[in-house]
Design a binder for this molecule. Structure first.
Ligand code: F6P
Length: 321
């Protein structure tokens, strides 16, 4: 009987998910697998909604943002009944291996599912938050960084002309990987991330010291997870006398054509995932560690939290003097 691989994209979308779908489909097809693309994330598994993916049907998508399979955040998958339905559907569809393209939350779901199904599950890290333990980088992160950087470079122009300070909110509800990398690479004067408690007095001091030395404009990059950025902007204006504006980069960071780097990671991760399934290995999450493609157990990914290297923040501060 022809072996079957399922593929699903789940949670927040990330540029490069399509490149991963394409690579999984073409690599698995070349090995003789039938490939089923489940639609709308876990919802597709629960309701058994899938389409057959072929090397031809995934043509022309490597450069597209979003995910052709659609995605969702699926509360039903947090229940045992939801997971059971998904496991039953995988069995009914004779799925031998399932490639889950997503982030932390998707892998927690995948771990629960792995306890109910005989299908080999392999995770492919794709999230603009870059917060998957076991991988130095996730698919989509580089694209989101570049999107935010391009936006903030424009904001810098108007900040300089008007001698204003901008608080720029970037995505990252729980983690500051995006904010830290973006902040460093736009030359932000201040970076605020959820991992480090905010010292507003220090922020006021930095803005005032900068103004005193003739630097009357500035960029403060804040991850959305640090709290109410409008209030932060207002406080800075009230306490420093600087003219402060808030700009929210928002969901544009989740879309757009993936950078070459996001496409490359997608292709390499997909190759590792298909290889694992072909070798009969499941419950793994593929990743990039020190330049090499690796994999670790799904349990390990889910039990651990990737830590932000706070040296980035220190370096950014030193460089922004
Ligand atoms: O996928 C990651 C992320 O972009 C977070 O940084 C953000 O907080 C969240 O998704 C928002 O997603 P949604 O509004 O789709 O739930």
């Amino acid at each position: 009987m022809v072996k079957t691989i399922g593929v699903v994209t789940s949670g927040g979308d990330a540029p490069g998910m399509n490149a991963a779908i394409r690579a999984v489909t073409r690599l698995a097809s070349a090995l003789g697998f039938r490939v089923l693309g489940f639609e709308r994330g876990w919802e597709g598994l629960i309701n058994n909604l899938f389409r057959l993916l072929t090397p031809r049907s995934v043509g022309g998508i490597i450069q597209l943002g979003g995910t052709i399979l659609l995605t969702s955040r699926c509360p039903e998958f947090k229940t045992w009944e939801g997971i059971r339905k998904a496991a039953d559907n995988l069995a009914a569809d004779n799925v031998d291996g399932l490639v889950v393209i997503g982030g932390e939350g998707s892998f927690r779901g995948a771990l629960e599912l792995s306890r109910e199904t005989g299908a080999l599950i392999v995770g492919v890290p794709a999230t603009i938050d870059n917060d998957v333990y076991g991988s130095d980088e996730t698919i989509g992160f580089d694209t989101a960084v570049n999107t935010a950087v391009a936006e903030i470079d424009k904001i810098r122009d108007t900040a300089i002309s008007h001698e204003r300070v901008f608080v720029v909110e970037v995505m990252g509800r729980r983690r500051g990987f995006l904010a830290a990398t973006v902040g460093l690479t736009v030359g932000a004067e201040v970076i605020l991330v959820p991992e480090v408690s905010i010292d507003m007095e220090e922020v006021f001091r930095t803005v005032k010291e900068n103004a005193a030395k003739g630097k009357r404009s500035g960029i403060i990059v804040a991850a959305e997870g640090v709290g109410d950025t409008r209030r932060i902007a207002e406080e800075i204006e009230a306490k420093t006398g600087a003219e402060v504006r808030l700009s929210i980069v928002g969901y544009a960071q989740r879309g757009g054509s993936p950078t070459a780097r996001s496409r490359l990671l997608a292709s390499l991760f997909a190759e590792e995932a298909v290889q694992l399934i072909m070798q009969g290995v499941g419950n793994r999450v593929v990743g990039l560690q020190k330049g090499l493609i690796t994999n670790i157990s799904l349990e390990e990914t889910c039990k651990n939290q990737k830590t932000l290297d706070t040296r980035l923040l220190k370096l950014a501060k030193t460089l922004a003097t």
